[in-house]
Design a protein around this ligand. Structure first.
Ligand code: SF4
Ligand code: SF4
Length: 95
C-alpha cells in the first residue's frame, strides 16, 4: 500500500519512528525540524499524526532533549525508496 502526498510517496506502516509521550515536554522542536508534517501539537505534547510521511532522517530524535523519540535512521523504506530513485532500480522495501 502506498501513501501518496504531493511530490513524495511512501510505503505504509513501515516507519521505525516511535514517541514516548510520557517523556515529552511539549517544546515542539521535533515538529519544527521535521521536513514533513509528521507531528502535530497536542495539549502540551506532540502526537504522531502522519507516521507514513516519516523518511527516518533522524532530525527529530537528535533535537529532542527528553529522549522521547526514537527512529532507526536510514534502515527503513525511506532508504530503500531513495536508493531506488537514485539507482533507478525501483522502490522495493527490503530490510
Ligand atoms: S522534541 Fe521531544 S520533548 Fe520536544 S515536543 Fe518533540 S518529542 Fe516532545
Ligand atoms: S525522522 Fe525525520 S522525517 Fe521522521 S519524524 Fe523525525 S524529523 Fe520527521
Amino acid at each position: 500500500m502506498i501513501a501518496v502526498r504531493p511530490g513524495l510517496s511512501y510505503i505504509r506502516g513501515v516507519t521505525t519512528l516511535t514517541l514516548d509521550a510520557a517523556k515529552c515536554n511539549g517544546c515542539l522542536l521535533c515538529l519544527k525540524v521535521c521536513p514533513h508534517p509528521v507531528f502535530g501539537p497536542l495539549k502540551g505534547s506532540v502526537e504522531i499524526l502522519e507516521p507514513d510521511l516519516c523518511m527516518e532522517c533522524g532530525a527529530c530524535v537528535k533535537n529532542c532533549s527528553e529522549d522521547a523519540l526514537s527512529v532507526n535512521p536510514g534502515v527503513g523504506c525511506a532508504a530503500a525508496i531513495l536508493r531506488g530513485w537514485l539507482t533507478r532500480s525501483g522502490t522495493e522495501c527490503r530490510q
